[in-house]
Design a protein around this ligand. Structure first.
Ligand SMILES: Nc1ncnc2c1ncn2[C@@H]1O[C@H](COP(=O)(O)OP(=O)(O)OP(=O)(O)O)[C@@H](O)[C@H]1O
Ligand SMILES: [Mg+2]
Length: 452
């Protein structure tokens, strides 16, 4: 065999003789080395990041999430800080925080004691990254909304806030959480928190509201006192229930025409007792019997559970006598599921439930039998007492004879306290105008002959 051929066949010899190939080989080698270096660098960066940075992840499921979000919204409000170089004595302005580019709005409607409604907007950081300085540590906040993952229980996107700072400053996280919690507690103090159910849990609905004064809701003579005494008698007698083996719960039903102060009274009562309110919407999609039971069991302590317009969720069909079929339910909650949840076999905790309705006649008797509803209170159209008291509350500096005259003119009419309030708000500056213009109020009322 020709030796040159043998040489040509030997691989090294064949390729080494080829200048193009050896250049390619060289490139591959360089590429591989670069890849290894890059990977190494990435690993080293990861390692360094892990070594020198520390992160705190707060998922939206956690109670502290809302606190931290609210606290963060205030961090970017203090923007500038003066620092001074010790050596040169030069002053420098540095931003204390980068503003989040995206803000999310939270709107709160608030009804004041005089009936006016105002809206308050508060801005919280929207999804995105930004930096702020807290106790001399720079911190990155990253609010992330998962686009692919939904909280199956309520269909809301999962969210997390991740705080990152230098490892050596890790103790600031504890301080931030404490500050955020303290701030939330301060905000709440002396106020009423309204919770609503979000999926299987209770979440505060907007910031805590100013307590409504009990005296601002004018019920018929002694009625408010009677309810307050009853609730207090319940709250302060746990042992009595325990000793007799009676479940420690009490149900109330406020019924009557619209605008007679049912909702307002419950709000004021919560304020008076220092309780919060958990609003349970039975018609909410996705609610099931199990979830209802769960929600009632985990309701925040010292809260009133409020079921508004209970007739809307379950309407009685008079033709049918059978309980289970006598109700048309809009959500997945069954009527018997509701009854079970109200009976709360599994819950040894104190439970105060208030229900409201405009149509007591539409309610199934099983729903409001004693044990489920222990006290039924009718709030009707304004009585003479209520008309005069409301008049005097709106115009405290004027002679009471005006209130008397005003109530006399209305004595044949059915007027709700909400309608009265509307009239007084219209003529808030002068009781004389309220009197002079009483016809405009009367014209909006049903004729006196229809009064039952
Ligand atoms: N008895 C009352 N005393 C003072 N204000 C009242 C009274 N009743 C109603 N109002 C005023 O009227 C408005 C509506 O009242 P509220 O929502 O409490 O009525 P409601 O009985 O719950 O009505 P609905 O049956 O339609 O839910 C509120 O602004 C409230 O301040
Ligand atoms: Mg109401």
């Amino acid at each position: 065999m020709d030796p040159s051929m043998v040489e040509g066949l030997s691989s090294s010899g064949m390729f080494s003789g080829n200048p193009y190939f050896s250049a390619g080989f060289g490139l591959i080698g360089v590429g591989a080395v670069l890849a290894i270096l890059r990977q190494g660098a990435r690993r080293a960066a990861d390692l360094t990041r892990r070594q020198i940075l520390v992160t705190l992840e707060i998922p939206s499921k956690d109670k502290s999430y809302q606190w931290v979000l609210r606290w963060l919204s205030q961090q970017h409000q203090s923007t500038e800080l003066i620092s001074m170089n010790q050596n040169t004595g030069m002053k420098k302005f540095i931003k204390n925080a980068t503003k989040p580019r995206q803000l999310a709005v939270e709107t709160l409607f608030q009804q004041h004691d005089n009936g006016n409604v105002s809206a308050e907007f508060s801005f919280v950081p929207g999804p995105g990254k930004y930096f702020f300085k807290f106790q001399n540590c720079w911190i990155q906040a990253d609010r992330v909304r998962e686009t692919r993952m939904l909280d199956l229980t309520n269909g809301a996107p999962w969210e997390t806030i991740t705080l990152t700072t230098l490892n050596r400053d890790r103790e600031v996280f504890q301080k931030i959480l404490e500050k955020a919690q303290n701030q939330a507690m301060e905000l709440q103090e002396g106020k009423t928190v309204i919770y609503t159910s979000v999926g299987p849990e209770w979440r505060p609905f907007g910031p805590p509201r100013k307590k409504r004064l009990l005296s601002s809701v004018v019920l018929d003579q002694n009625l408010a006192d009677m309810i307050v005494t009853d609730v207090n008698g319940f709250i302060h007698n746990e042992q009595w229930y325990e000793q007799r083996g009676i479940p420690y719960r009490r149900g109330y039903l406020l019924y009557g025409p619209p605008g007679t102060g049912k909702t307002s009274f419950i709000q004021a009562l919560a304020g008076e007792l220092g309780y919060n309110i958990c609003v349970l919407n039975l018609s909410e999609r996705g609610h099931t019997d199990d979830r209802l039971n769960h929600l009632l069991t985990i309701a925040p302590e010292r809260s009133i559970i409020l079921l508004e317009d209970i007739d809307a969720a379950f309407t009685k069909n008079r033709e049918k006598t059978d309980l289970s079929s006598s109700s048309v339910h809009l959500s997945m909650i069954t009527f018997s599921g509701l009854l079970n949840a109200l009976d709360g076999v599994s819950s040894p905790e104190e439970r105060i439930i208030f229900m409201t309705t405009n149509h007591i006649d539409r309610l199934d008797p099983a729903l409001i039998r004693p044990g489920r509803v222990d006290l039924k209170v009718y709030l009707g159209d304004a009585t003479k007492y209520q008309i005069q008291t409301m008049f005097n509350r709106f115009y405290p500096e004027y002679p009471e004879s005006l209130a008397l005259e005003f109530s006399e003119l209305l004595k044949d009419y059915s007027v709700s306290t909400a309608q009265l309030q509307g009239h007084f708000v219209l003529f808030k500056d002068s009781p004389y105008s309220a009197l002079d213009n009483i016809d405009s109020l009367i014209s909006s009322l049903p004729p006196p002959t229809l009064k039952d």
